[in-house]
Design a protein around this ligand. Structure first.
Ligand code: HPA
Length: 263
């Protein structure tokens, strides 16, 4: 499977700290969505800085903690805080939660993020199920030796059904991945819209791609925390992203919970 060898030591440490032997689901939480962890029972919380071979995350609104516990009777592990390229992390580090999930025997991975809305029918606060991705920048998975495809269609279909069963309206669309940390210019957003992007963000694509390559069932949902540059006249600020995220915590938590139970 070609996972970094150091992760065996990471896993051993986590098992000693009380991580369940084979958590069924893992969740990667995006900016400002850390509140989801309130609904987890029997929690064990481990700051990233205590975990061998884990870097810390420097982004505001990301706590940098691994939380394990149970939700609706399922063993889960939650990465509250992720690693971005724009913090200077290499590819293997940005996808560390995916590799660790795979090594621990996780069957379902749920990825959340904050994104800028490009589709003019979207509004701030909407949730968007990612049904496709656009990669303009070069991302090379150093562990990949063979060509592979993003393989999310079945999971997207199932996720759509789940959202509709619980009566939660969600958009669906294409997420365009940028390196950041700068926000895009209006001209870039115009171009991204032209080529078919519905939302833009600085994460998730490496994780989703690696999950596909490793045959780990994964679903990703964006919270539209702002409209992208030039779509509306407002200026972007990280503080606004966090405020919107707080306002939708409850629905995001509900959706993730049902994905854990039913995906
Ligand atoms: N652009 C890129 N990343 C983002 C944005 C945005 O507008 N909003 C939240 N993450």
């Amino acid at each position: 499977m070609n996972l970094p060898e150091t992760l065996t030591e990471t896993k051993r440490y986590l098992l000693n700290r009380g991580l369940p032997d084979k958590p069924e689901s893992a969740v990667i939480l995006g900016s400002g969505l850390g509140n989801f962890t309130n609904i987890i029972r029997n929690q064990v919380r481990i700051p990233y800085q205590h975990i061998p071979h884990f870097p810390t995350t420097s982004v505001e609104g990301h706590r940098g903690e691994l939380i394990s516990g149970t939700l609706s009777g399922c063993d889960i592990m939650v990465f509250s805080g992720r690693f971005h390229h724009y913090e200077g992390h290499d590819f293997n580090t940005t996808v560390l939660p995916v590799y660790l999930s795979k090594l621990c025997g996780v069957k379902k991975l749920i990825i959340t993020n904050a994104a800028g809305g490009i589709n003019t029918e979207f509004k701030v606060g909407d949730l968007m199920l990612i049904d496709s991705i656009l990669r303009l920048n070069h991302i090379t998975a150093p562990n990949a030796r063979n060509p592979y495809r993003l393989n999310i269609e079945d999971t997207v279909r199932k996720a759509e059904e789940i959202a509709s069963e619980i009566g939660l309206f969600i958009q669906q669309g294409t997420y365009l991945y940028v390196n950041g940390p700068n926000y895009e210019t209006k001209a870039e957003i115009r171009a991204f819209r032209y080529i078919g992007a519905d939302a833009v963000g600085m994460s998730t694509v490496p994780e989703l791609s690696e999950a596909s390559r490793l045959n780990l069932k994964a679903v990703a949902v964006s919270l539209i925390t702002n409209m992208a540059a030039g779509i509306t006249p407002e200026k972007l600020a990280h503080a606004d992203i966090k405020t919107t995220a707080w306002g939708r915590q409850h629905d995001v938590a509900k959706l993730v919970k049902y994905f854990i139970m039913k995906l």
